[in-house]
Design a protein around this ligand. Structure first.
Ligand code: ATP
Length: 211
């Protein structure tokens, strides 16, 4: 598989969103110029990105098939392979993630949650069971999920992480406000730092107000 830069990976879902809107409007062919204009990227950048994911080379001035591009981008991003996931820490954020149906479009299927709260254990969210965190290893032996979504409080996250490292987990999507890293590179970790994301927005608002 060709190697994409982190910026390219971030742009691909944006192309996908735009292409799906075109598909809904029954548009069959799209040009790099159109995508560049819609998304505020340079045409050259768009052409390079599409070349990276496309199985078929594009022809100059003819545009590309919208359906084919959607399929190629979804394939490249791994959305066509279903990744089953569990959520650990079913608080407000964990609950929202478990309820969100849109993940199906990205091949992400949350199948269960784990929590320490007795009032939550044994209940379901969107038809998915919440299990006791004490049974994590035992239940995971049967579930064999590749991905763990962590939404535990920061002071509980390290303890859970050490348990996960001893299990056969491939990836962690970490929403807990603590930075995780795996020096052994055995587990793929994606830290979602909402504070950093908000800092960017907050600074932009401040800049605009100072103009
Ligand atoms: P809530 O409204 O349920 O308190 P919250 O998002 O404000 O949600 P947090 O304190 O961030 O609550 O905790 C998130 C979830 O993590 C809660 O459901 C809590 O019961 C759960 N939790 C706390 N400790 C653990 C643990 N060691 N293992 C698994 N889940 C835990």
């Amino acid at each position: 598989m060709k190697k994409a830069s982190p910026n390219q990976i971030e742009r691909l879902p944006l192309y996908l969103k735009t292409l799906k809107l075109l598909k809904d409007e029954n548009v069959l062919i799209v040009s790099s110029a159109y995508l560049a204009n819609e998304l505020g990227f340079s045409e050259e950048q768009v052409r390079k990105d599409l070349q990276l994911v496309s199985k078929k080379a594009g022809k100059p001035k003819t545009g590309r098939s919208v359906n084919l591009l959607i399929s190629d981008i979804e394939d490249f991003l791994g959305y066509k392979t279903v990744n089953e996931a569990i959520v650990i820490g079913v608080g407000n954020l964990g609950h929202a993630l478990m309820s969100y149906q849109g993940f199906n479009n990205y091949g992400l299927n949350i199948i269960a949650g784990f929590d320490i709260d007795e009032n939550k254990i044994g209940t379901t969210i969107a038809g998915k069971p919440i299990y006791d965190i004490n049974d994590l290893e035992k239940i995971e032996d049967n579930l064999h999920t590749k991905l763990v979504i962590l939404t535990t409080p920061s002071d509980k996250t390290m303890e859970i992480y050490h348990r996960l490292k001893k299990m056969d987990i491939k990836a962690i999507w970490n929403f807990a406000p603590i930075h995780l890293k795996d020096n052994s590179k055995k587990i793929i970790i994606e830290n979602v730092d909402l504070a950093t994301l908000f800092a960017k927005l907050s600074h932009k608002i401040k800049e605009k107000e100072c103009q």
